[in-house]
Design a protein around this ligand. Structure first.
Ligand code: SAJ
Length: 397
């Protein structure tokens, strides 16, 4: 249920094991695309896998759900209100499925979910279909794949499987053994839900530490990249990299699910979110103040290159991107005098894109917002003001 960034690759991988897969999605365009053996998202290797499994007859999609033995819920869990988790898609997928559930079925939620969601869905199922109590298997098993490396990680990552009861854990493990080569670790549903939120919060907190250091170093006149590289030579220190902020629809979102439910306790997690959001704001302010300094010094407005729009290096995904936020913010009052660059996409509906090398050569001020590999091929320009938020020119010992 749900043929998005995780549902579609999961469906294709299971189908590649010659298991019949029925993909359900509410979006008719997605269903039509998949049934033609095509894909609607960008992910290396996925197009071939979907084409093959559809043409061999093991994978078909539809806007209506089907009777099956195993049901995977892989729908989005966005925000509502002020950073509150919205599980309405999980609930509506479950309600759609309700009339089709039968004795012996396995129902698994993979969507990132606040603690207690699986118990809530179990209660919903048993309320509407009381005869299924004790007769179906219910589990939570979070996806943990990295966009850009999804097909490899779906197979090779270890999985945490939290059953509603022990029999459910075992039954869900049986399903994942079909295609997972990593270890399968059993636990209860609440722990598995919290485990997913913990993984992404842990990364967020660690990046916030690096971003905080970058602000301190800017004031102290210290090269943060060199500092972190040197500190990491300590055998028990491993600091992540600062950047223009934290983006994507996972790490910038999931920690709020903990903060929202446990606001008094989750102080570090909430503060990390604030620091990482603030970093993007700070970068925008830094670009603006550098532009003003330039104008005062040279008596004319500078030409500014904004290098990168994606939410992280070497991808074409702009969702929740701090680079895009910074670009919008600095171009709010005037659109002239900016060259916007994103080498991983052809065009953009709002920004006119300039080739990265041309923008770099022409600009008076160059702000690196994303550390794309192609930017690292450029020679450092001594005659321009370079704001290297992404560590493109970092020289590490
Ligand atoms: N970032 C930094 N500094 C770093 C590392 C990352 O600023 O040292 C930034 C990136 O530029 C990006 C953001 O953090 O803006 C997130 O990027 P990411 O590569 O850390 O993670 P995602 O969002 O692509 O995928 C994460 C992964 N989670 C963890 O690594 C704990 C992935 O395994 C999850 O499956 C995915 O979230 C998800 O779907 O939840």
């Amino acid at each position: 249920m749900g043929l998005g960034y995780i549902g579609l690759p999961s469906a294709a991988i299971v189908a590649s094991k010659r298991v019949s897969v029925h993909g359900f999605d509410v979006n008719a365009h997605v269903v039509e695309t998949v049934n033609r053996g095509r894909i609607h998202i960008v992910e290396p290797g996925l197009a071939e896998l979907v084409r093959e499994s559809v043409s061999l007859g093991f994978f078909e999609a539809s806007v209506t759900p089907a009777v099956a033995d195993v049901h995977l819920i892989v729908v989005p869990t966005p925000f509502k209100g002020v950073h509150e988790p919205d599980i309405s898609f999980v609930e509506s997928a479950t309600r759609t499925l309700l009339p089709l559930l039968k004795e012996g079925d396995t129902y698994i939620i993979e969507s990132t979910s606040p603690v207690g969601t699986t118990e809530q869905m179990a209660a919903l199922i048993f309320r509407e279909r009381p005869e299924l109590k004790g007769n179906i298997f219910i589990a939570y098993c979070p996806e943990r794949v990295l966009p850009g490396n999804v097909l490899h990680e779906l197979v090779h990552n270890d999985r945490v499987i939290g059953g509603f009861d022990e029999a459910s854990t075992e039954k869900a493990k049986e399903f994942y053994r079909l295609f997972v080569k990593g270890e399968l670790y059993g636990t209860n549903a609440r722990t598995a839900e919290m485990c997913k939120l913990t993984e992404n919060s842990s990364r967020d907190v660690q990046i916030a530490f690096a971003n905080e250091l970058s602000l301190i170093c800017d004031k102290a006149g210290i090269d943060v990249w060199e500092l972190i590289a040197l500190a990491n030579r300590h055998p028990r220190v491993n600091i992540l990299q600062p950047g223009a902020g934290v983006g994507g629809h996972c790490i910038a979102v999931d920690p709020w699910f903990i903060v929202s439910d446990y606001p008094r306790e989750a102080r570090l997690i909430g503060t990390a979110r604030d620091i990482n959001n603030y970093k993007a704001f700070w970068c925008a302010e830094k670009i603006r103040s550098t532009m003003l300094e330039f104008e005062l010094k040279h008596g004319r407005k500078p030409l500014v290159a904004l290098m990168g729009l994606a939410f992280k290096p070497n991808i074409d995904d702009l969702r929740e991107s701090p680079a895009k936020y910074i670009t919008q913010k600095v171009m709010q009052s005037e659109q002239n005098n900016f060259l916007v660059v994103e080498p991983n996409i052809e065009s953009h509906s709002v920004f006119k894109l300039t080739k990265y090398d041309e923008a770099y050569d022409r600009a008076d001020i160059v702000a690196f917002l994303v550390g794309h590999d192609v930017f690292k091929t450029l020679d450092y320009r001594e005659d321009a003001v370079v704001l290297d938020f992404a560590g493109v020119f970092k020289r590490v010992p």
